[in-house]
Write a protein that binds this ligand. Structure first.
Ligand SMILES: Cc1ncc(C[n+]2csc(CCOP(=O)(O)OP(=O)(O)O)c2C)c(N)n1
Ligand SMILES: [Mg+2]
Length: 559
């Protein structure tokens, strides 16, 4: 017999998940106490929201599942943005929140989410992919299985279970069994055969085709298929911001990322009428992907998007087929890889485009003043760090420079929450990744983001996670400053951030902190981190209005 807690944790352990993230609270005492010896370590965070981002980073980077736990009421309410981000960015998460014992569930007890008892499912039903209350120990095995299956079926997302206090301690005769959830990735529907043959015909034709790869495909398997198909049929490939690297960005067919903070090569190609067809996989027609629904993206070419059911679609913005991009790419690969195709006309076409655009060469960074430009920071970072370094990028002005200047060498090497863009995500998610992967992790963040979840540096130190945090410190909510400063001086002041002594802050947790004022000092500090990899913060003084080579890339509905 196993207690409810043992059952849950052993089931999670069978998925290969070794670390889960959360905050203690009365509702989950038995969950904390009975966790020892289950093969899963409970990582105790500073806030449920950043715990959620850590679970998100773990889920994205491990190709498994992130797990978040906490109490109901205030604990679960604090998780809301992380759960919503995981849904909109398609990250597999299992969220477990505690509750009062079943016999108290309909009275307003201490720390209830609402006046009728905890009933957190009322909140989570609107933001998660799935939310259920376990009514007793006999329900547990079935509901855990259902939650895991739903989280790991594309489009991935968060599944939530409320587990009442008594269910953690009661015993069950059920034994957790491993299930091969990898196969869930390849579901098909009644349109899939037609989708496949339509794309196959386009690839085999002499049409000028471009691939456009979206967020959920930022994993090794699909990336391999995209590379093989692109090379075989000579198809240039662009990605969304969060899928940077699914197609290696130094590849001769790489267009880089298109949309907000994208490459000029991708922009020139997508806004021209040179391609006949752009085929997108998991490219939702949202503002960021489409450069603010730029009219030229939809003119003079066919736009065919293979998107998960439920994705936003609008006929004015291309044709969206509801299907499974994982299945379609896998089937295109297996059915076409041995075909013979004459690439010559596509080769000639793309060569002409490249000559016209001058390629995506590293641009000289010309600063109006002698400061360390964030674009330059990213370029130097890439030069100094090992090729397989993983980069997590936060929300703000600094993100633009990562998008344009970082050349992601492979899938699963670049991560950003670019759909919801919650500030402070990158540090926490990067720490989550450092639990999942044994590789150097870099976090590129701003001082505003650092104010939100910088306290989680404590967690990185406590569990000995060696991250390199590059803090682009412009003493402002720079992204906001860019707009407010065009309105009035008083408005711009609202976007200022008063001096924070980040050195003192980081050192108070035991982090190594370097104040960076020159490029030489930046390079030297990176080398010191590599020689002795432990949590290191590079506090770089950057300008509030950095030099942009192409401000139109930041085009938005608001400006
Ligand atoms: C949780 C959250 N609140 C507000 C915003 C709006 N916002 C977007 S960028 C930004 C400023 C970020 O400042 P900082 O981290 O210093 O980066 P910078 O823009 O200066 O590079 C703000 C307030 C947001 N994205 N997320
Ligand atoms: Mg800033």
């Amino acid at each position: 017999m196993l207690t409810g807690t043992e059952y849950i944790l052993r089931r999670i352990s069978l998925l290969g998940v070794k670390h889960i993230f959360g905050i203690p609270g009365a509702h989950i005492y038995p969950f904390l106490l009975k966790s020892v010896g289950t093969g899963v370590e409970l990582i105790i965070n500073c806030h449920e929201l950043s715990a959620g981002y850590m679970a998100d980073g773990y889920g994205r980077a491990s190709d498994k599942l992130g797990v978040l736990f906490g109490m109901g009421g205030p604990g679960s309410n604090n998780m809301v943005t992380a759960v919503n981000t995981a849904r909109l960015e398609r990250v597999p998460l299992l969220v477990i929140t505690g509750d009062v014992p079943v016999h108290l569930s309909n009275v307003p007890g201490f720390q209830c989410a609402n006046e009728l008892g905890t009933h957190d499912d009322a909140i989570f039903k609107t933001i998660a992919k799935y939310s259920k209350r376990v009514s007793g120990i006999d329900d547990l095995a079935y509901l855990i299985e259902e939650a895991i299956r739903i989280a790991l079926t594309p489009p991935f997302g968060p599944a939530h279970l409320i587990i009442p206090y008594n269910v953690f301690t009661e015993e069950t005769s059920a034994q957790p069994q491993p299930t091969d959830y990898a196969r869930l990735r390849f579901w098909k529907n009644d349109r899939s055969t037609a989708t496949l043959s339509r794309i196959r015909d386009l690839l085999a034709s002499d049409k000028k085709v471009i691939f456009w790869i979206g967020d959920s495909l930022n994993r090794a398997g699909p990336a391999q298929q995209v590379i093989c198909l692109a090379e075989k049929f000579h198809i240039p490939v662009a990605t969304s911001f969060s899928a940077k690297g699914v197609f290696p960005e130094h590849h001769k067919l790489a267009l880089g990322n298109f949309g907000y903070a994208g490459w000029s090569l991708a922009k020139a190609m997508f806004l021209s009428d040179s391609p006949d067809v752009i085929i997108g996989f998991d490219i939702e027609q949202n503002e960021r992907n489409s450069l603010g629904w730029h009219a030229d993206l939809y003119r003079g070419k066919e736009l065919l998007l293979v998107n998960f059911p439920g994705s936003y679609s609008n006929k004015e913005y291309g044709e969206s087929i509801e299907d499974n991009p994982f299945y379609i790419l896998e089937s295109l690969y297996t059915s076409l890889i041995n075909e013979v195709y004459d690439r010559h006309s596509r080769e000639r076409w793309f060569q002409t485009i490249l000559q016209g655009a001058g390629g995506e060469k590293a641009r000289p960074i010309i600063s109006p003043a002698r400061r360390i430009e964030p674009a330059r920071l990213v370029q130097l970072l890439q030069k100094e760090m090992p090729r397989d370094a993983i980069l997590f990028v936060d929300s703000g002005e600094h993100r633009v420079f990562a998008g344009q200047n970082w050349k992601a060498p492979a899938a699963a090497s670049f991560y950003s929450a670019s759909v919801v863009a919650p500030m402070g995500w990158a540090l926490a998610a990067g720490i989550g990744c450092a639990f999942a992967r044994n590789e150097p992790v870099i976090v590129f963040t701003g001082d505003g983001c650092m104010q939100m979840h910088g306290i989680e540096l404590k967690t990185a130190i406590k569990y000995n996670r060696p991250l390199l945090v590059v803090l682009a410190n412009n003493k402002a909510f720079g992204r906001i400053h860019r707009y407010l400063s065009t309105m009035s001086e008083d408005a711009a002041k609202m976007a200022g951030i008063e001096e924070v002594d980040w050195k003192l802050f980081g050192q108070s947790f035991g982090a190594k902190v370097f104040d960076i004022t020159s490029e030489e000092c930046f390079i030297e500090s990176i080398r010191r981190f590599l020689a002795e990899p432990r949590l290191t913060i590079l506090n770089v003084s950057t300008p509030v209005n950095p030099y942009h080579h192409d401000v139109t890339l930041a085009r938005s509905a608001f400006a």
